[in-house]
Design a protein around this ligand. Sequence first.
Ligand code: COA
Length: 258
Amino acid sequence: MSIKTATLNGVATIEIARPEKKNALTVAMYQAMTDALRGAVADSAVRAVLITGQPGVFTSGNDIEDFMARPPGQGSDAMDSPVFLFMRALLECDKPVVAAVTGAAIGIGTTMLLHCDFVYVSDEARLAMPFVSLGLVPEYASSLLLPQLMGQARAAEKLLLGDPFTGAEAVDCGLANAVLPAAEVVGHARRVAERFNSLPPGAVREAKQLLRAPQRQAILQTIRSEGELFAKRLRSPEAMEAFQAFFQKRKPDFSKFD
Ligand code: COA
């Protein structure tokens, strides 16, 4: 099983555990994470959710083989795809979500952090959103939220050039709360999540809703419009060249495209 879940001391932990593929996320893993998030919302014993990875890697993003074999649907089917159901489940989670970023966080590994309430990053973490380099476009409302968070100039470096950035930069631009030594990041994130055991759950729920409500419609709308383009681009010759180059461990050649 590549997603491990456990509830302990009021915290539902979702652990991404596919280290041999750098925690790349498959359709089945999105489904398991969606179920875990929905289960956490329904379980009154859960006061907060913790999302974490493996030592040295949070997640390398969507499994590129899955992108080729099982791309999210287009048109009216698009929003029923497992990746979008996961996105919605995280958006709709009314309990605090704490992310412990244990290492590389690529693609959705970074964009999902925009929708977590607390983000703790290891000093080895490298974040990146190389959508354009893969022939794709930004997703999970990153094209809306990233410029708001860090300004257009820095967002263009991350989203157009796909420049990687450190945990310290993630803290500097407000994407993460703190950088911690690699061995301490999960423990610290867990302790933050456990603090909700002594806070009133109704007030926490309503406060979280207030914090997120002003952007909610714009986020959903952006996810939809990004998603339409993303699904189309997944089937594009540019994306095919990028995916093949990744598996052939070579640099992609985009010189023939206009
Ligand atoms: N999808 C599918 N397989 C992936 C993957 C992904 N997103 N990320 C890593 N893997 C696989 C590699 O193909 C490799 O498989 P192999 O052992 O069968 O050859 C294995 O995981 C180890 O990856 P490798 O690239 O050798 O590890 P690394 O430590 O050198 O680099 C990363 C780690 C995360 C920096 C690098 O794997 C990477 O950039 N991955 C792709 C990230 C990406 O573009 N994600 C999509 C975003 S939309």
